[in-house]
Design a protein around this ligand. Structure first.
Ligand SMILES: Nc1ncnc2c1ncn2[C@@H]1O[C@H](COP(=O)(O)OP(=O)(O)OP(=O)(O)O)[C@@H](O)[C@H]1O
Length: 244
């Protein structure tokens, strides 16, 4: 019997900002092609975990593994070349550039394994709303359209793992649905997705598994179909918080 090696795993991951420790011994794993939700309140450490995986915050080599190989502490561009791409909170598109140019940037700086799963056409098929806007400056687009560009840009770096930081923040429900509806096509292409999400119901519905984080520590992990709302509420707010 073979045991599948996670495409991404963290092992006793600790990190912080100067003297402030933000994450405490976080064990987290993602298998190929699955959607893993990471939920928790404001300030719990969700963005910090994504940034540490991407090499934007320090970690020891053994604390982050890519397909079983220790990669912690690699520079962000090296993580992109290994197959990790982040859709950052707030999108961080290149203002003054068109949709097409924002997308093309990623084609030149992506994973170096010779395969091109994601093409410009495939991104436009995923988000048809962008097709007629290729030449538009990104700052002239709605928040939802910008989020689609941000996801498309990340996909064009050909990731094995797509790290999404609050992609629904500030968007209208209809647009959020459109964006979440794109997830099955992304995982079908073999890309695993980490979803940082504050909306617990949406996170549970969209993911195969979930982790809950509270004050820098993982307080719950499991199959999304199996965890109860009470368990999630306890893990999300802490044991002393009354469950509604
Ligand atoms: N640049 C920074 N300098 C110092 N402390 C920071 C910095 N960024 C985040 N923190 C702190 O680290 C902890 C985790 O923050 P983080 O942004 O990871 O939380 P989060 O779960 O992503 O929350 P949010 O949903 O508000 O983004 C918080 O206590 C936060 O105040």
């Amino acid at each position: 019997m073979t045991t599948e090696v996670p495409i991404l795993s963290t092992h006793g991951l600790c990190t912080g900002y100067g003297d402030f420790q933000a994450l405490f011994s976080v064990d987290f794993e993602v298998m190929r092609g699955e959607v893993v939700a990471l939920i928790g309140a404001n300030g719990a450490g969700k963005s910090t975990l994504l940034k540490t995986i991407m090499g934007l915050l320090p970690s020891n080599r053994e604390m982050v593994r890519h397909a079983g190989v220790s990669v912690g502490g690699s520079a962000p561009y090296q993580m992109v070349q290994k197959g990790f791409a982040m859709v950052p909170e707030g999108r961080r598109l290149f203002a003054g550039m068109t949709v097409e140019d924002n997308l093309l940037v990623a084609l030149d700086h992506g994973r170096r394994n010779g395969t091109t799963t994601w093409t410009m056409q495939r991104v436009l098929d995923l988000f048809p709303a962008l097709a007629s806007m290729r030449k538009r400056l990104v700052e002239k687009m709605s928040g939802g359209q910008q989020q689609m560009v941000a996801i498309g840009r990340a996909l064009l770096s050909q990731p094995e793992v797509l790290l999404c930081d609050e992609i629904s923040l500030g968007l209208a429900p209809k647009v959020i649905s459109e964006i979440y509806d794109s997830l099955p096509a992304i995982t079908k292409a073999g890309t695993a997705v980490i979803l940082v999400e504050q909306d617990v119901s949406r996170a549970l519905a969209a993911s195969n598994r979930l982790y809950c984080i509270l004050e820098g520590r993982i307080t719950l992990s499991g199959d999304s179909a199996d965890v109860s709302r009470e368990d999630v509420a306890r893990a999300y707010f802490g044991a002393n918080h009354a469950v509604a």
